[in-house]
Design a protein around this ligand. Structure first.
Ligand code: 13P
Length: 278
């Protein structure tokens, strides 16, 4: 069942848990995530990087993800992740997406507000909520982490943009962490109290379960997982290649990657408390 970003976040808010949000890349990653969500009766978000949207591949993957969301027995939001500009937002609205992240976090505060408020107004016409970001969540390879999100700045950003949820920088980063992350949980709580909207944690791959649970207790309602989707897919593909009896027919060959993505997704659904909440 296809739902909007604000609807699925409201479910998590009401139940005090978090929606796992998986970056998907192709039909098989979509199938693995949806299989996991249906088996564990959990609401989930399928999200696509703008890179895919801006290449031809998004033209094919988006309808696949949309069809899966519509057919699913559980609530599913189809979300655009990290849109830098308006072009990919327009495309995704046309392609039936039900959630948009407008990411102006590397701009100045004023420019970020301007860009994000524009997206909120445009998407609002279609009844679609927008995720914003304040405090730039970079990559694990960045030299230095930018300053963590400031609660008062987050409050001003939410007031001036009208976003329905907010991505924050609290010790998280995209990719494989070089050492175990140490999330600033009191800051998560302070941001949440100051800005009053559900928070989003990017860089979910490799954050230990106890920290994920503490972040959820402090107000995180959307938890992004990208790298683990890729790794689990690659793992299943290797298993297929190394299986001496593997089938050459591509649909059969892909059964293992779908299964390994499913197992990874089930772990994240349990970790975020979304199991049984659909
Ligand atoms: P990881 O790739 O670190 O899991 O982060 C995904 C993400 O935050 C997508 O926006």
């Amino acid at each position: 069942m296809l739902v909007t970003l604000q609807e699925i976040i409201a479910m998590a808010e009401e139940g005090g848990y978090c929606i796992p949000s998986f970056n998907v890349y192709n039909m098989e990653t979509v199938m693995g995530v949806i299989d996991a969500a249906e088996e564990l009766n959990a609401p989930v978000i399928l999200q696509l990087y703008p890179r895919l949207i801006n290449q031809e591949c998004g033209y094919y993957v988006s309808p696949v993800a949309l069809a899966a969301a519509q057919k699913a027995k559980v609530p599913v939001c189809l979300h655009l992740d990290h849109a830098a500009g308006k072009e990919e937002v327009f495309k995704c609205l046309r392609w039936g997406f039900t959630g948009i992240m407008q990411d102006g976090s590397s701009l100045s505060f004023e420019e970020n507000v301007k860009l994000t408020r524009g997206a909120v107004e445009m998407c609002g016409v279609l009844g679609i909520g927008v995720e914003g970001e304040i405090g730039h969540v970079g990559s694990v390879n960045d030299e230095a982490m930018e300053e963590f999100t400031d609660p008062q700045e987050a409050k001003a950003f939410v007031e001036q943009t009208g976003v329905c949820c907010l991505a924050v920088l609290v010790g998280n980063a995209h990719g494989h962490y070089k050492k175990t992350p140490n999330l600033d949980i009191p800051r998560v709580k302070a941001i949440r109290e100051a800005c009053g909207v559900p928070l989003v944690l990017h860089g979910g791959t490799g954050i230990p379960e106890d920290q994920v649970k503490a972040a959820v207790a402090a107000g995180v309602r959307k938890f992004n997982i990208g790298t683990d989707v890729c790794c689990s897919f690659a793992e299943g593909t290797k298993e297929s290649v190394n299986d001496p009896n593997h089938h050459l027919a591509v649909d059969m060959f892909m059964k293992k990657p779908i299964q390994t993505v499913k197992e990874m997704a089930m772990g994240k659904i349990r970790m975020t408390g979304a199991e049984g909440k659909a």
